[in-house]
Design a protein around this ligand. Structure first.
Ligand SMILES: [Cu+2]
Length: 129
């Protein structure tokens, strides 16, 4: 008489379904953990006379991000008045500025430290959609 071990025994349909559900649930939980571990998206923005690169940044509504700011020439300002956040960006430094997008729409960001003849037009757009 042949012995059947639990390991080799064919799984019942109910058991197979349970295993599939457990595997799917586990994968979803892992995905959530990954998203949490990853944290807010980091967006690098470089400032030089008289331009931000990039000057157009797409965000999801209510998305939390960290702007990682650098400046090339002289001290610059990075300001998003509508979101109530700003930072000084000295050349040679990397400044991390947390922010959270609001509802859908375009939001201006700009340099708020006078940096020369093109300062007044040194700006960009957050496209929240
Ligand atoms: Cu400026």
């Amino acid at each position: 008489m042949q012995k059947t071990t639990g390991f080799h025994a064919p799984a019942s349909t109910a058991r197979r379904r349970w295993l599939l559900v457990a595997a799917a649930g586990g994968a979803a939980a892992l995905a959530r953990l990954d998203a949490k571990a990853a944290g807010p998206r980091v967006i690098k923005v470089h400032a030089r006379k008289f331009i931000f690169t990039p000057d157009r940044i797409e965000l999801a509504p209510n998305e939390k991000v960290i702007f990682e700011l650098t400046a090339q020439d002289i001290i610059m300002g990075f300001s998003i008045p509508q979101l109530g956040v700003r930072a000084d960006v000295p050349p040679g430094a990397t400044v991390r500025l947390p922010a959270q997008a609001g509802t859908a729409g375009n939001v201006e960001f700009l340099c708020d430290i006078f940096c020369g003849s093109g300062h007044e037009t040194m700006n960009g757009t957050l496209v929240v959609a």
